[in-house]
Every structure is written in C-alpha cells, then in structure tokens.
Write a protein that binds this ligand. Structure first.
Ligand SMILES: Cc1ncc(COP(=O)(O)O)c(C=O)c1O
Length: 439
C-alpha cells in the first residue's frame, strides 16, 4: 500500500495539510492547488485531468489580428458596449454557416468569456417575472455557473439527465416546469462534464417546453462543433452544430472562444440572442432596471455595469478567426480534433484496467470522444477514488460537484495530457488496478 508511484507520505501530508474532508466535493481550484503542492514536494509530474485548460496553441490568424489591432492603438479606446462591428457581423455569419440559424449582428454581443455571458444572462432571466424565480439546470453541468447563482442570490434547481434521455426528457421537464416557477433551462452541448450530446429529438423537446411555458433556453456552446462523430467544419454545409434554436425563438446561445478557438486567455465569448427575444419587452425588467427590452437590458445595464464591454484587441482576434472560418480558410474543428484522439486513448487505458465509463451512451450511440469523459472504479465513491488516485499521480474532480447523481464518478479532462505521458498513465493505472483488485 505504501509503495505507490508518488511518495505515499508526501501525498498524505499534502492532503492532511489542506484539510479537505471529502475530495469528491472539492472544487476544481482546490484540486489544482493540492496537485501543485504534491508536484512541488515530490518533483513528480501528474496526469492532470482536473481542469479544462485548453492544451493547444492559439490560432495564428487570431494572434495576428490582435497584434495588428494593438499596433493601431485600439487599447486606448473604450470599446462599444455591444461589441465592434466586424465581430458582430462575423458572428452572425458564423452562426449561419455552422448552425444554419439566422441571428442579426445586433443580437451578437461579446462578453468577458462565456463566464460573464452566463452571469449576465442568469441575472436577466432571474428578473423577468417575479413568479418565475427559479432557473433549471439540465445536469451534470459546469459547477461555477451554480456558484454564480449563489453569488447573486438567485434560485435554481436541477436534475441529472442520466435517466431521462430521449422522449423521457419530456415528462421530466413537464413535471418540473408545469409548477410555474421556472424562468429558464440551462445546459451545455456537448456537455461539460459528461460529454453527452443532446440529439435533435431532445433539443426539440426542450424547445417545445420553452414555447409552451414561455421560458428562455440558455444554450451553452462552449464546445462548439466538438462532437467529432460528425464533421461540422464546412461553412454553409450540413451537418451543423445541433441547437434548440431550430425549435424555439426563446433562446440565447453562448459561444466561447476558449475551447473551440483555444483563446481562453483573452476571456472572450459571444452571446447570440434570438431576434425575437432581443426586442421582447418585460414589465418587470422596466421595474427592475428601468428599461423593458431584453437586448437593451443586457447591453446597457448588465454588461455596462459588469465590465463596460470586452477587451478591444481580443474582439479583433475573434472577428478574424470567425471571418477565416466563414470563408473556409481556417478549419477550427481540425485544430481541436486532437482532443478526441487523446480521449479515445485515455478511455482505453482506464477501461482496460478496471475503470468504467459513467456516462457512456448517447441513448443508443457510443459517446463521442472529446474534451472530457467520466470514469468510476467499482466499489469506490468519488472522494475515495480521487484521494487514492493522488498516490498514483492522477487527478480529476468529483461528479457530484457538477450536479450529477453519480456519487461514484469523476470527471477526466484530456486537455493537459501530452502524448509522452500515455506511458506514465498506463503504468500508473495498471498499478492502481493491481493494488485495488476488483472483487
Ligand atoms: C460549459 C462551459 N461553459 C462556460 C465555460 C466558460 O467559458 P469561458 O472561458 O468563455 O468563460 C466553460 C469553461 O470551461 C464551460 O465548460
């Protein structure tokens, strides 16, 4: 037991010093901190699967446009709150080319990462109607978004979609939404952390419910076109990124530059608000913020007060990347496909050594290989599994922290793993399996 790949005593000391009673409940940043401490104490490199940091270089086309903008001196000017014209226009074209959805440039608004896009839209939906005071997360999900609700003091509820895929989703949504207190439905697709992807049948159900109960769907496309089972990389050609926007006008999309464009450091995402919703007025918005329409409230009240717009030069970077994607000179999907290849190899290593995939199917299809996958080890709860894996130089986060019902699972992110580490991963996982034989 004490003869572990990473020094047993040093790992134990680090875990005890941080005093985290259940690692299954630790936040991403707490696990990051713990692994940093162990790596520093032992000089050993971990298989770091806890945090979704893009592991690729940012695209040249973006960097060059940003440098050119900086040299033109845009840094001295405040950007307009609703974004620079080229970015708004290229985003509208991008949504048409890669989703086949029509959204006017006006409704395409940059935010400081989708993180801020989330914060602003969560605040918006929580203030539309006093009777509808609760947002609904289709979980598992991105845990910080719930922290955002907690910080704001607004209400949310959630359920794990694991047992409610396909047509079963309708009855489950009806049961919750028909109570009358739900203002919005929030999910990511592909999903962080499970990498399940809702299909068109499920997106239609969500759209139907949004229409029937007059709710807003906040569709988080942080992993845009990254379901690599289908090639969505050709502008203006099917298949397109699936979306609820095909089934309702009550939607706001969030497209982040962080993962699909490896531009996380710039902190830039786009809110794409449907044309119908952009102009829609709500008496409670008028009462609460002094203006009635969704678009005006978002831009002139929420984004204004949160950050007064978004880094001027970074907007030129994303405009150039969208433009190049739109005219077919930059295949952004090809750039990030490597994540899927890594996932396939890492999943194989884990499953050949006793681990099980937790979220393993999209109804009747094998799950795609992408940025994340979820694993468990028979007989271990997530806290115990994360704790034990620390001694083997492997880190992940507990699925419970993502709103999952699967208390035994952890999320593995592939982005930081290099090819040269596969051999370490394989040796460590084999040693783990040998030390904890499955009964
Ligand atoms: C589902 C989801 N939404 C939003 C974000 C945040 O994106 P951004 O970096 O644009 O703030 C992430 C980042 O990990 C994510 O996974």
């Amino acid at each position: 037991m004490k003869n572990t790949p990473i020094d047993y005593n040093k790992v134990t000391t680090a875990i005890e010093e941080l005093n985290l009673p259940d690692l299954g409940l630790a936040t991403i940043r707490e696990i990051v901190n713990l692994v940093n401490i162990i790596e520093a104490a032992t000089g050993e490199k971990f298989i770091r699967m806890e945090m979704g940091v893009p592991g690729l270089k940012p695209p040249e086309v973006g960097i060059n446009a940003e440098i050119a903008a900086l040299k033109r001196g845009v840094s001295s000017d405040y950007p307009m709150l609703d974004g620079i014209k080229p970015l708004k226009e290229e985003t509208s074209k991008f949504v048409k080319n890669f989703m086949n959805i029509d959204i006017s440039a006006k409704g395409c608004v940059p935010t400081v990462g989708s993180m801020q896009g989330g914060y602003a839209t969560f605040m918006l939906v929580s203030n539309l109607d006093p009777k509808k005071d609760t947002a609904l997360f289709l979980d598992p999900g991105f845990s910080v978004q719930k922290t955002q609700f907690n910080v704001m003091g607004h209400k949310y509820t959630n359920f794990d979609v694991y047992n409610y895929r396909g047509e079963k989703l309708r009855a489950k949504l009806e049961a919750i939404v028909s109570k009358g207190n739900i203002n919005s439905i929030i999910y990511s697709n592909p999903n962080n952390p499970s990498w399940i992807c809702f299909n068109d049948e499920e997106l239609k159900i969500i759209g139907d419910i949004a229409n029937k109960y007059d709710l807003i769907v906040l569709e988080d496309l942080a992993y845009f076109a990254m379901d690599f089972r289908t090639d969505m990389s050709k502008p203006g050609e099917a298949p397109y990124q699936p979306s609820v926007a095909n089934y309702t006008n009550n939607y706001i999309l969030m497209i982040s530059s962080s993962k699909a464009f490896s531009y996380a450091g710039a902190r830039l995402g786009m809110l794409c608000i449907s044309d119908t919703l952009y102009c829609r007025e709500y008496p409670n918005l008028k009462k609460r913020f002094g203006v009635a329409s969704i678009g005006y409230t978002l831009v002139q009240r929420l984004i204004y007060t949160l950050s007064s717009g978004v880094s001027h030069s970074a907007q030129y970077a994303l405009a150039a990347m969208f433009e190049a994607a739109n005219n077919g000179t930059f295949n952004f999907v090809e750039e990030v496909k490597g994540y899927g290849e890594r996932a396939a190899i890492m999943k194989r290593i884990f499953t050949e050594n006793g681990f099980k995939l937790v979220y393993d199917k999209d109804i009747d299809q094998e799950l795609a290989d992408g940025f994340y996958f979820t694993i468990s080890y028979p007989g271990m709860q997530s806290g115990e599994l994360i704790n034990k894996l620390m001694y083997y130089g492997i880190s992940g986060i507990g699925l419970i922290t993502c709103g999952s019902d699967r208390t035994e699972g952890i999320r593995a992110c592939v982005s930081q793993i290099k090819k040269e580490q596969y051999i370490d991963l394989e040796n460590r996982v084999k040693a783990f399996n040998k030390d904890f034989p499955i009964k």
